[in-house]
Ligand binder design. Structure first.
Ligand SMILES: Cc1cc2nc3c(=O)[nH]c(=O)nc-3n(C[C@H](O)[C@H](O)[C@H](O)COP(=O)(O)OP(=O)(O)OC[C@H]3O[C@@H](n4cnc5c(N)ncnc54)[C@H](O)[C@@H]3O)c2cc1C
Length: 470
């Protein structure tokens, strides 16, 4: 079938106003958030219903047209950007943004894939419930993208990754079949858990059109502390103490180095360290509870006293207002922005067994400095989940494209070291196009083979997001 016929069949199937083909209309859909990738597409479709998605996929399979599902385009691995093939079809879920229901007895929320994550959090809050998935891109990313990438974020230490919040899914398979798996049961031990195959599949198995999510009790009582630590080993000891004393009230345990704080101070207006002096590293801990503010404050005070007595931190600043909580979080959340303002850099989103982080940081630094003695590491991340953003910036004075020219050997050193410690080369951002070759290198051959076989079962014609992941 030629392209003109294919486009006409799409228009007939889902309506003229859902199919876009002019270069101006489709240009914004051809690049990723960071501008690292640019691809081609013959059209962009923006269906409004699951049935319309089904008709699109049936036509695509029939005509062997590659389909690139697209959420909020905040993914950091180029997964939602089409490759160089001229016949790609970008399928955006942005018009499928209805909340189909919230149940405050079962504590579930059923929503379509195109809903913006922040809108879902606000909808849950309106009925006095918490949707705990939270990340810096939450006002742009979409539920479908969050599930297709199995997003993490800042609350994983308490509530788990995106996949742990999902009770059921609705999805369209490449031939157009609709899987009505939108169950809200807590217990369902009836064979393989198919929704978990689609979660984290980065658009390579089918299109997620809706999901049923778990909700939790809100935790309006919040306290944040930033503690200055001498080393990652001290941060680890502090984590152990806080986990033992605060248990599930620990909502976040973040880590960042002194270099990250210097970078934020230099590049982001109005954000500063809360300490008078400079320290090698910091942890930011958030405790949260459903009630009992006095109890939470007393607990935090007691634990920080213990930490200082046992020499687990040098100093600590505790929030005393919501405004302070926000200001303290800003110091952590602006690191990515500060690094972006500083120029092109290499991102490594890795995870490690948490107790290996201190040794990893020493040995990884030795490796990268052998390759490039003056490289500037900016290391931060969700320490409580064993997740580090091990980011590297060019040496001071080097040209902005230094990492584009010299980055590969540095990445090889970092990822080899991660593998030595039994870690993962992608903690929460996924694989996309960016890490596909590394994925093939570091994943066990048996796991790769099983994944290819699963892909073959779901998508025998190979139309779903080709060139991504596998
Ligand atoms: C400032 C910033 C901070 C971030 N912080 C975090 C963080 O803390 N934790 C974290 O995990 N990530 C983080 N990210 C990465 C990103 O926000 C997540 O990966 C997010 O889940 C992507 O959602 P999206 O809707 O933007 O997906 P997109 O970028 O549009 O797509 C991502 C992948 O999912 C596929 N996809 C999208 N929708 C569907 C669907 N409905 N069905 C099937 N496949 C689909 C795409 O084809 C692509 O492969 C951050 C990004 C930015 C820009």
């Amino acid at each position: 079938m030629n392209s003109v016929n294919f486009i006409q069949r799409l228009r007939d199937a889902i309506g003229d106003d859902s199919v876009f083909t002019t270069p101006d209309d489709i240009a914004p859909w051809l690049t990723d958030w960071r501008g690292l990738y640019r691809g081609h597409a013959q059209a962009v479709v923006r269906p409004r219903t699951t049935e319309a998605v089904s008709r699109v996929l049936a036509l695509c399979q029939d005509a062997r047209v590659p389909v690139v599902p697209r959420g909020g385009n905040t993914g950091l691995c180029g997964g939602a950007t089409p490759d160089g093939a001229s016949n790609n079809l970008v399928l955006s879920l942005d018009r499928m943004n209805a909340i189909r229901g919230i149940d405050t007895i079962a504590n579930t929320l059923v929503a379509e894939a195109g809903c913006i994550l922040g809108d879902l959090q606000r909808a849950a809050a309106e009925v006095n419930r918490l949707l705990p998935l939270s990340l810096a891109a939450e006002d742009s990313c979409q539920l479908g993208g969050n599930l297709a990438t199995n997003a993490g974020g800042v609350n994983v230490v308490r509530y788990g990754m995106a996949r742990e919040l999902v009770l059921g899914l609705e999805a369209v398979l490449p031939g157009g079949e609709i899987w009505h798996g939108l169950r809200t049961l807590r217990k369902d031990n009836t064979g393989y858990d198919l929704k978990q195959l689609l979660i984290g599949s980065e658009g390579t198995l089918g299109v997620i059109t809706a999901a049923a999510l778990r909700l939790y009790a809100p935790t309006p009582v919040r306290q944040v502390v930033i503690a200055a630590v001498a080393s990652p080993r001290q941060a680890l000891a502090l984590y152990e103490l806080l986990f033992a004393e605060c248990g599930p009230r620990m909502q976040a345990f973040e880590f960042f180095t002194g270099e990250c704080v210097d970078l934020v101070a230099a590049n982001v207006e109005g954000v500063r360290s809360p300490f008078a002096g400079r320290h090698p590293a910091y942890v930011l801990v958030e405790l949260a509870d459903t009630a009992d503010e006095a109890g939470l404050n007393a607990l935090l005070e007691r634990v920080i006293e213990q930490a200082i007595e046992r020499d687990l931190c040098a100093d600590a600043v505790v929030s005393s207002s919501l405004a302070q909580i926000e200001a303290m979080w800003k110091l952590r959340e602006e690191i990515s922005e500060a690094q972006r303002a500083d120029g092109l850099h290499l991102k490594h989103d890795v995870s490690l067994p948490i107790e290996a982080i201190p040794d990893f940081m020493v040995s990884a630094e030795a490796r990268i400095r052998r390759v490039c003695p003056d490289v500037r590491p900016f290391i931060f991340g969700h320490f409580g989940d064993g997740n580090l953003h091990y980011n590297l910036s060019r040496p001071a004075g080097a040209p902005n494209d230094f990492m584009a020219q010299h980055g590969e050997p540095l990445t090889a050193e970092v990822l080899d070291e991660v593998a030595q410690y039994g870690g993962s080369i992608s903690a929460e951002h996924g694989i996309g196009q960016l890490k596909r070759d590394y994925f093939a290198k570091y994943k066990a051959p048996l796991e790769l083979r099983l994944m290819r076989e699963i892909k073959q079962v779901f998508d025998p014609a190979g139309i779903m997001n080709p060139g991504k992941l596998l």
